[in-house]
Design a protein around this ligand. Sequence first.
Ligand code: ADP
Ligand code: MG
Length: 392
Amino acid sequence: MDEYDYTARKDTVAQAFAERFGAAPALWARAPGRVDLMGSHTDYNLGYVMTATVDRDTWIAARPRADRQVRIGSLNVASSAAFSLDMIEHDDDAPWTNYVRGVAVALQEAGYALRGFDGLVHSTVPFSSGLSSSAAIEMAAAVVFAAVSGFDLDPVQMALIGQRAENHFVGVNSGILDQYSSALGQSGSALLLDCRTLTHRAVPLNPSLQMVICDTRAARNLTGTEYDERRAQCEHGVRLLQRAYPAIEALRDVSLEQLAAHCDALPEVVARRCRFIIEENRRVLDLARALPVGDRVRLAKLYADSYAGARDLYEIGAPSMAAMMDAMLAAPGVIGARQAGAGFGGCMIALVECEQVVAFSAAVERTYAAGTGIQPRVFPVTASDGAGLLAF
Ligand code: ADP
Ligand code: MG
């Protein structure tokens, strides 16, 4: 199926919905995936991220029910489930439904009265590769619940609900970045997100630049220990730095000069982690100036530094990422390239001269496949609007 042909996609999903539930869908929710243009691991340090939605998204076709049952299936996954809103349990047989269940739990805990629905999910966001298919399904589910139950959900509240679902019900200790981006994304712009205040400013992408996703297709597992270990190391750094600077609450509050002055009080590895986060935060703010004007020299440097810091200081690199980085930097039209998502494989992102996207993509595919034996997925993405109902 053509990922971008909404008409064909709607027909496919509507037909499958009718076969499964014996009626036509009454509403359609949509939520996009996202990519970080700068700001790896800065979100849980209450810092800044430059994030953009992508034009790959998750849809849920739905039909309200008179009772409090939710029946949910996905065209991307074989399993499906039915559950009652009165007793929502963790599902080990269809674990993907925990994202939908978790959203229902978080909404009910926040005091919303929910109604049931029949729903069918379909996504064009690749799973588990750093483009946040999990946030997309959570935000789409929240849109469906709000629509069938008859209440309005503020997008920031919706993002927090999704994060709560993921943290408490699914059991992934993620920050707010993914859900915030999917809920508040804006077509044509990146968002400069402040993870402390949960506010953002739209930063227009210079139209001569194209974002290109380069998916290493190397396995990546974030429920592993690495992510939690990085978080713990940052918190450790904050606790030690608080002895000198009692006012700081997060690495967001620490300057490079302050870190340098007290580096000796930190274990070497903790100091390196802190340095990366503080530098990365600064790069996000620099990027906000370089992106709208398309400052090529500045962009190249910011991206190179972000990748080097992620690899050497934060140590979230992988051989597949190094191979992809080489392929991206050698390809025609590249302006800057770096990791996306949490690292350890998954997707990477390049900013590419608009008119060279085709040549860039072909060269990256060729070089990466020749070096690794893995066929990557390379595709341009455009920032799209945040989660909401589709008007069909
Ligand atoms: P990421 O968010 O980077 O894609 P995660 O591991 O956080 O990776 O989330 C991926 C998981 O989200 C999938 O393994 C699946 O359980 C669930 N998921 C996302 N989209 C869908 C979908 N369209 N249908 C079923 N499950 C989905
Ligand atoms: Mg996720």
